[in-house]
Design a protein around this ligand. Sequence first.
Ligand code: 6CS
Ligand code: FE
Length: 319
Amino acid sequence: MAHATRHDVSDRAAKQDDPYRSRISLLPEIVPRVDPVLYGGRHSAGPLTSEQLASYSHDGFIQLHGLLDAAEIKALQAEHVRLRTNRSTIDQDTLILEPGSAELRSVFQIHVQSDLIGRLASDARLVAITRQILGDDVYIHQARLNYKPGLFGKEFYWHSDFETWHVEDGMPRMRALSMSILLTENTPYNGPLLIMPGSHHHYVRCVGETPDDHYKQSLRKQEYGVPDADSLSQLYVAGGIATLTGAAGSIVVFDCNAMHGSNSNIAPLPRSNVFLVYNSIKNRLTDPFGGKKPRPEFIANRRKATALAPRSVSLFGDR
Ligand code: 6CS
Ligand code: FE
């Protein structure tokens, strides 16, 4: 079926009809989310309890412990070290450095470049949770290893991932989620993920025109698609800030539109997490709603947007 792209209608009209338009007006705005958080459907009877689903719907995130066993966590930590010490084996286009230094910040398409993390991404335990929340088959939109090195790891300022994925990648609706798998202990002092509970129910329209090839800058330090101070303060007053500390192996599942960020890491120990972004196959990318050219495949998966077949419930093959 031919998908009408937005070039078939006047671009201006398309932009005004877009409920999640952003980076158009000179004034920021907070508007209500128009999509559900939990999509129910045929996968509604999944591994999460009704209390966990209610908590996710209310706050925009849940933290899961004990899903991976000690051997799996150890294998993921060894893989993290292998990737870090064998940088030459990684596609250099997918390596993102810290702003102002040669310290490694992120490795994208990590589920393609690491067999073990590829198995993690299609693990039946994770896919079942994602299907239950998104109510559909899913695929990986983006996967990255965020290093946040000790002493030198820089912050990720407050943002909604969906605002970027909508404007710069053409993700139509809020039917995606991220899973952050902690590879090192996330403590109060090494830059853990911070989320504003309840912020996912609101959409912050940002100001400012997206520069060409914005990702070359934004993945190091994001300056466009950054919410304004007043909107951030309103979301904070409404829901506060949750600090997602936890042991290696715990998993934070959070909505694509949750307002989140993390502080710099000046502690002498790294904060490394794998981020897996799952998108519903009904929410595949179209043309970027911001009108710029699509971002590269290693950031936004377009060519392999087919339903993930859940693999065994072990990172070590069928068990
Ligand atoms: O632009 C992106 O897709 C990336 N930027 C941030 C700050 N979080 C999501 C994603 O990694
Ligand atoms: Fe993010």
